[in-house]
Design a binder for this molecule. Structure first.
Ligand code: SF4
Length: 133
């Protein structure tokens, strides 16, 4: 008997994601960077997009500016979190269009640092190799 039909990885269906193991990012198309990225004011300060003073004064005002500048798509006043803007094809605005590597890696948001430990399916990742895209 075989192992049943192979499940094709679908970035937007976490139930299809395989368990993460070290080295899986190598050669990957970076589907994880096409998922919505939730960031805090601290993340935006680390990214040098806002200052500590701006964050302390009014996050609503900050959100209006960043929305107009195409940096965020939304802000939740309730949990004080922003969602980063995405390009066509859902890519994070900080994903390199050609090499599909993070352009702000050293300053990337906490949620990116913690993935896939936290995420839609903790411990799993939507690996699709570039050569298969
Ligand atoms: S900030 Fe970098 S690691 Fe995070 S989703 Fe965007 S491109 Fe990916």
């Amino acid at each position: 008997m075989g192992n049943g039909p192979e499940v094709k990885v679908d970035v937007y269906r976490p139930s299809t994601w395989p368990k993460y193991t070290k080295g899986m990012c190598e050669g990957c198309w970076a589907g994880c960077c096409t998922l919505p990225v939730e960031v805090s004011a601290f993340d935006l300060i680390r990214l040098e997009i806002i200052t500590e003073d701006e964050a302390a004064s009014s996050l609503k005002k900050v959100s209006r500016r960043l929305h107009a500048e195409g940096v965020i798509q939304s802000f939740s006043a309730k949990n004080q979190l922003f969602i980063l803007e995405q390009r066509g094809g859902r890519d994070c605005i900080f994903l390199g269009a050609k090499d599909r590597l993070c352009t702000v890696y050293e300053k990337r948001p906490q949620v990116c640092r913690s993935f896939p430990k936290i995420g839609p399916k903790p411990g799993s990742c939507p690996q699709i190799l570039k050569k298969h895209c």
